[in-house]
Design a binder for this molecule. Structure first.
Ligand code: NAD
Length: 362
């Protein structure tokens, strides 16, 4: 059955890392007879230059009709002073909204060969392999009322943390399903000792947990979670949390690895998912063929797992990344932890060659 993938390289190093991703997608498509068709479109600054819009309607339509979207990164100093609705980031926000992407997944894995790259001691990050499941379309970032107004002669800013039961249920189901394929533990993070929305969150998550007797549920307050991530991060398997807590905790968790160029993400909804590296367009190194493509390649692995339902292809990529790193290869950003430093395109080729020689071709 054929599959359609929209590639949105975007700006800066986005173009370079998505080029490497395409090599891997094309190869795995052929290897497993998946008939994947890719289409490349403009987004972000590149689209602004071309047509004055951060993303064209027809590109959003193509994304909606696809099976998955792979985004490089958008933005750069050239567009920093553009008005809010003409900024490259608007492309991302529009796509997240129109694709209904409520489920943001950020896996954080500390590879054995890169324990020294973490700002924490190697023995603290040893064995860290966790997944942050963040609710992406509710909570403080979207709740109404919201805004700055004047009250009694002074300005007042208001945001509303609001969650309904169905919003909590669907993200809880996503977390429990993910835990089933992992170590079967969900840590639900809230502030139920103070916040009403968290009390509802805790009650609703507990009711969903009843459908997953094989998965252990633990509740943790967000302040404690921030501390535990530094004290003993390997205790976590799946961290389930609301939008703003997830925003903060996922960045904290990401830093356990000490390597921004290597972190993937997936944003899922009821339609096509969007996959992107956590890093931005890195204008300081764009066009030099030195960007690390591993975050994007790991995002492609997530795409095979969650949108294309091909676990073997996902594992082929993940095992290849792990092997290449343990063989001492990495890019310039991680050169202190590598015996061999590769360019962007050399790393793409190295991963491809490793998949070809070590993957399971069944
Ligand atoms: P950035 O992630 O682009 O770069 C931060 C630092 O990390 C830079 O020194 C960069 O060289 C380095 N870096 C990032 N990715 C790397 C990689 N793959 N390999 C090697 N080094 C890498 O963040 P920034 O500098 O704050 O933002 C630059 C632009 O990207 C801005 O316009 C910002 O708005 C945009 N941005 C976009 C996204 C996105 O598209 N999702 C996310 C974050 C930032």
């Amino acid at each position: 059955m054929s599959k359609r993938i929209v590639l949105l390289p975007g700006d800066g190093i986005g173009v370079e890392v998505v080029r490497e991703a395409k090599k891997i997608i094309d190869y795995l498509s052929e290897r497993y007879g998946m008939e994947i068709r890719t289409g490349t479109y403009l987004a972000g600054g590149a689209s602004l230059e071309n047509c004055g819009e951060p993303v064209k309607d027809e590109v959003v339509e193509a994304c909606k009709k696809s099976d998955a979207v792979l985004l490089g990164a958008v933005g750069g100093p050239r567009w920093d002073d553009f008005p809010a609705d003409k900024r490259p980031e608007k492309a991302l926000l529009r796509l997240r909204k129109e694709l209904g992407l409520y489920n943001n997944l950020r896996p954080v894995t500390v590879f054995d060969s890169l324990k020294d790259a973490s700002p924490l001691r190697p023995e603290v990050v040893d064995g860290v392999d966790l997944l942050v499941v963040r609710e992406l379309t509710g909570g403080l970032y979207f709740g109404q009322p919201k805004g700055i107004s004047e009250e009694n002669g002074t300005e007042v800013g208001v945001d509303t943390m609001r969650y309904s039961v169905p919003e909590i249920e669907r993200i809880a189901v996503a977390a429990f399903e993910a835990a089933r394929g992992r170590r079967k533990k969900v840590t639900s993070v809230d502030k139920a000792n103070i916040l009403a929305s968290s009390q509802l969150w805790r009650k609703t998550v507990a009711s969903i947990a009843g459908n997953y007797p094989d998965v252990t549920l633990e509740n943790m307050l967000v302040d404690n979670c921030a501390m535990q991530l530094i004290r003993n991060p390997s205790q976590f398997d799946v961290i389930l949390t609301e939008n703003m807590f997830g925003d903060i905790l996922s960045d904290e968790a990401a830093m356990l690895t000490g390597s921004i160029g290597m972190l993937p993400s997936a944003s899922l909804g009821d339609g096509p998912g969007m996959y992107e590296p956590v890093h931005g367009s890195a204008p300081d190194i764009a066009g030099q063929d030195i960007a690390n493509p591993l975050a994007t390649l790991a995002s492609v692995a997530l795409m095979f797992r969650y949108s294309l339902n091909h676990e073997q292809a996902a594992r082929d990529i993940e095992s290849a990344i792990s092997k290449v790193l343990s063989d001492g290869y990495n890019c310039k950003d991680m050169s202190r932890h590598a015996r061999h430093v590769l360019s962007t395109s050399e790393m793409g080729d190295k991963i491809l060659e490793t998949i070809k020689t070590t993957g399971d071709s069944k």
